[in-house]
Write a protein that binds this ligand. Structure first.
Ligand code: B12
Ligand code: SF4
Length: 503
């Protein structure tokens, strides 16, 4: 079978700081190819819709699969699925990915016949199985059709067997994050054993946590052409011996790369020696989800860390000379004083402070148990840069305050002053034809604009997202789990009340 896999466009605000390879889709591509199918992949973050249509008509695939990790991409993917059916009426059209897995019924409704199936959960087992059986796919594990949902798919037991088909992505020089330009992505572990109320990483993987083995990771790293790597794990180095084992292999194989990762403050405190070792191996940037400066808010998020732990983690990262980006979640209830407090703090600390807006996503506890009404059901606004619950300030003022606070990043880390300070890095990149980082330094004002954000709320809405009250019955969090854990429940040392996280 000829299979065409498609990643949708970048969301507006990811345009500035980063653009990364579609690793999940590359994993699906590898699994489908291994099952004997001919696979092509197009990433609409770096190709446009006209190019997509041209390739579709030239390749004339038997099946077309769209990645739907992000809720904000729903309208685009539904419209493209309809376009495929118009152009190739016999093509088997399906989606897979994070967000799509939580909103199966509404996707079929929007698609009005343009979607033949939706794969829920991780796709490496389900996708090849489904394509081998297509079009008779009803009842298969992890496969939903407009008529019937198959049972939950089992998790892949050994993620060592999953390696992405990087050879299928083109224009790879467009992938970067900040100064790491160009940058590839890699997965060391999959899943998260915590259970924060605003997050769906744990409901997707059923709080399971699996690790790839050090030898396999090092082999993959050695084969990556790019000099920098974005480690996509939700929480890097939950288990210290994993981080140390990979470090041993990297040293043994003399692999020289630079890295970006995301982790939790308590994990950084607990496993300092791992991060210290990785700093020497090339760990240059780290993202820490502080989420709030307020202890009560952290409890509400069930983040299971205190503000003091957060500040201790920042001290450690500073001592290790790892550059840190922090995330703070603004609440629609914030007033002028709350924003001012965040601004004062962001201006004072040496870290990059990102501000996002609290957003109840389907698949999170915040969504189903939210007491506050949603003010918008436009999927496109669910990008954590728009307020989709009522704001205390008038909406236009909320955006003015938000962008004023975000602007601190622009003042501190972007523009001409920074370009001059890092001119040697930029010169090195330009010699290799890399311009992503240089462009990034001057892009802030064209993307972050309170008037544009406010105006986004008046766009005509073609597809409406279901509100929690539109569900026939509010599901329990157990019903919401896309996967069940791979191993028996266990209480690891690393995380409280977690399941399936073998030490
Ligand atoms: C890496 C990552 C990113 C990268 C994206 C890289 C890329 N081009 O895809 C970056 C840093 C750019 C990013 C940005 C954002 N992210 Co992000 N991101 C993640 C993260 C941590 C891991 C994703 C990943 O690569 N996993 C590894 C691969 C192997 O898994 P995967 O992609 O999920 O793919 C598997 C399945 O989903 C499925 N699958 C995926 N695609 C397809 C397609 C088909 C056809 C099939 C059959 C199956 C399938 O099978 C794959 C293999 O098992 C997830 C959290 C998570 N654990 O999923 C959040 C997550 C997906 N991001 C999230 C958010 C909110 C964002 C931002 C909106 C934040 C922001 N404002 O900056 C932006 C939007 C970016 C955009 N669309 O332009 C939310 C999603 C919210 C939502 N419901 O929409 C998540 C769930 C984080 C969270 N806990 O809330 N993100
Ligand atoms: S620790 Fe991070 S990935 Fe895990 S549930 Fe909390 S926010 Fe999500």
């Amino acid at each position: 079978m000829k299979v065409f896999l498609v990643h949708p466009s970048t969301l507006m605000y990811a345009e500035v700081y980063l653009r990364l390879e579609p690793l999940g889709l590359e994993c699906i591509a590898a699994a489908v190819r291994q099952a004997g199918h001919e696979v092509r992949l197009i990433d609409l973050q770096v190709f446009n819709h006209a190019e997509f249509k041209r390739e579709l008509l030239a390749f004339r695939p038997d099946a077309v699969g769209f990645s739907l990790n992000y809720l904000a991409n729903v309208p685009e993917v539904i419209d493209l699925a309809k376009l495929v059916k118009e152009q190739l009426k016999d093509a088997f059209v399906f989606t897979g990915g994070h967000s799509g897995s939580f909103i199966v019924d509404e996707l079929f409704e929007h698609a009005a016949g343009a979607l033949d199936a939706i794969i829920t959960g991780e796709g490496e087992l389900a996708a090849p199985q489904m394509l081998n059986a297509a079009p008779n796919v009803e009842g298969l594990p992890g496969v939903a059709t407009p008529r019937r949902k198959g049972p939950r798919s089992p998790l892949v037991e050994n993620i060592d067997l999953i390696r992405p088909a990087r050879d299928l992505t083109r224009r790879r020089h467009k992938y970067f994050i900040g100064e790491l330009d160009p940058c590839a992505s890699i997965e060391f572990s999959r899943g998260c054993p915590w259970d924060c109320s605003f997050c769906s990483a744990w409901t997707f993987y059923g709080r399971s946590y699996r690790k790839a083995s050090a030898g396999v990771i090092a082999e993959e790293l050695a084969g990556v052409r790019e000099p920098s790597l974005f480690i996509v794990d939700d929480v890097a180095f939950v288990h210290p011996e994993h981080g140390m084992g990979i470090a041993d292999e990297i040293e043994r194989q003399k692999i020289k790369k630079r890295y970006y990762l995301e982790t939790r403050c308590d994990v950084l405190i607990r496993n300092q020696e791992v991060f210290a070792r990785w700093a020497k191996l090339g760990l240059a940037y780290m993202f820490l989800g502080l989420e709030s400066l307020d202890g009560e808010q952290l409890k509400m998020f069930r983040k299971r860390v205190t503000p003091n732990q957060n500040f201790e983690a920042l001290d450690i990262a500073r001592k290790l000379k790892i550059d840190v980006a922090i995330n703070l979640i603004t609440d629609p209830n914030w007033d002028h004083a709350d924003f001012q407090r965040a601004r004062d703090w962001a201006a004072k600390v040496p870290e990059i402070v990102h501000m996002t807006v609290a957003t109840p996503y389907p698949g999170t506890e915040l969504f189903y148990q939210n007491q506050r009404a949603l003010t918008s059901t436009d999927y496109r606004l669910y990008d954590i840069q728009h307020a989709v619950m009522a704001t205390k300030l008038p909406l236009n003022e909320f955006y003015e305050e938000l962008v004023r606070t975000q602007e601190i990043i622009n003042r501190k880390f972007m523009g001409w002053k920074t370009a001059v300070a890092v001119s040697r890095i930029i010169a090195g990149q330009l010699i290799h034809g890399q311009t992503n980082f240089l462009k990034m330094l001057f892009r802030f004002k064209s993307v972050y604009n309170p008037k544009r954000q406010f105006a986004d709320h008046s766009q005509p809405v073609k597809y409406h997202m279901r509100r929690p009250e539109d569900y026939p019955k509010i599901p329990s969090m157990t019903d919401v789990l896309v996967h069940l854990p791979v191993t028996k429940p266990a209480k690891p040392k690393a995380a409280p009340a977690a399941v399936g996280a073998p030490g």
